[in-house]
Design a protein around this ligand. Structure first.
Ligand SMILES: *Cc1c(COP(=O)(O)O)cnc(C)c1O
Length: 366
């Protein structure tokens, strides 16, 4: 049995450190806004090359609160990709702004800067690139456009902890970066968690108020806000895991390299890493012919797999009000039909990678 991701293996590899971090938190009993939250905010912001980190309840909350802090609302347009988890677009829609979905670059599955350029209008307020699967979107042209048109770039870095674009950490290039610590992410909590990072002091202050009922002290509320804080216990766990993240990222990168070698010269199209990227392989995603067939054979051999994502967002029932049709964003639609994610996690062994590759070889013949 080789799962898509193995959270038990990771826990067992660091059990003592995690157990003692949890039991210290239990003894302290500062379950909300405890010292681990502040410490983790400082450490993760530093890790991601930003001045401030604001711990929040999830990646979804991070996106929602930063868009609110950027005053995005009815009448505004926000340009993003249709090929992402729905949370990216939910944050725009929930504020009453209009998501403008543009097609992806089929070579790396990320938003195509040329498509962004032609979608900018008088109403555009922000661009949300998503660093999908752990590979940075092409930021340079996006940053140039944002400066020319006075737009904010908000990076959805939920899948790209530690990834780099021309040496710059994802999340640090726009006005803010949003991270998720959902358990299966590259840096995952044991429950939900998220963070907004920014180097802009005012933005930091706004998000900090919004996540905690707009309060400046216990019973003074400067504005209406939300209860979207990061728990102390999750922060304590994340502090332990952050110390292991670089090592885990290198493991992911070497697993990807091995897959690339073992799947070379087959009908499987392996992921390409852009020259500007340090890809952190949140997912190892290939394109395969006859995908359903391949997935069935992997499943028979007790090998996990996934599809990220089978329906592009412009064709989701929840977003039908936007009026997109089949055929509007062809690269995203084709990717949704062809992609599949293979098992990848830092504890995966070389022999497991070899087994998955061998089964794939067989599946392609059958
Ligand atoms: C996971 C994810 C989110 C949402 O994060 P949660 O912590 O699950 O709320 C947002 N965007 C992308 C691209 C994600 O992968």
């Amino acid at each position: 049995m080789i799962p898509l991701v193995d959270l038990k293996a990771q826990y067992h590899s660091i059990k003592d450190e995690i157990d003692s971090a949890i039991s210290e938190t239990l003894s302290d009993a500062q379950f909300v806004a405890g010292k681990s939250v502040t410490e983790f905010e400082i450490e993760f912001a530093q890790y991601s090359a930003a001045k401030y980190g604001i711990g929040v309840a999830s990646g979804t909350a991070a996106l929602h609160l930063i868009l609110r802090a950027c005053d995005i609302g009815p009448g505004d347009e926000v340009i993003t990709t249709p090929f992402t988890f729905i949370a990216t677009v939910e944050a725009i829609a929930i504020l009453g702004a209009k998501p403008i979905l543009v097609d992806i670059d089929p070579s790396n599955f990320n938003i195509d800067p040329n498509q962004v350029s032609s979608a900018i209008s008088d109403r555009t307020k922000a661009i949300i690139p998503v660093h999908l699967y752990g590979q940075p979107a092409d930021m340079k042209p996006l940053i140039e456009m944002s400066q020319r048109h006075g737009l904010n770039i908000i990076e959805d870095a939920a899948q790209s902890h530690g990834a780099e674009y021309e040496g710059m950490k994802t999340g640090s290039m726009g006005i803010a970066g949003c991270f998720s610590f959902y358990p299966a992410k590259n840096l995952g909590a044991y429950g939900d968690g998220g963070m907004v990072i920014t180097s802009d002091y005012e933005t930091n202050k706004k998000v900090r108020l919004l996540r905690d009922h707009g309060r400046s002290d216990k019973y003074t509320h400067l504005q209406i806000g939300f209860g979207e804080r990061l728990d102390t216990i999750q922060a304590a766990i994340l502090r332990v895991k952050l110390r292991h993240l670089n090592k885990w990222t290198e493991k992911r990168r070497s697993i990807a390299k091995l897959y690339n070698q073992l799947l070379d010269d087959t009908a499987v199209k392996t992921p390409s890493e852009n020259t500007y990227s340090k890809h952190v392989y949140h997912q190892y995603v290939v394109r395969v012919p006859k995908r359903d067939n391949v997935i069935d054979i992997l499943t028979e051999q007790r090998i996990g797999s996934g599809i990220h994502y089978p329906i592009p967002l412009h064709l989701q029932p929840a977003l039908s009000y936007l009026g997109y049709q089949v055929g509007d964003l062809p690269h995203a639609e084709l990717a949704a039909k062809e992609v599949m994610s293979l098992p990848i996690y830092p504890e995966m062994t070389e022999s497991q990678v070899t087994i998955v590759s061998n089964v794939l070889h067989q599946a392609l013949i059958l």
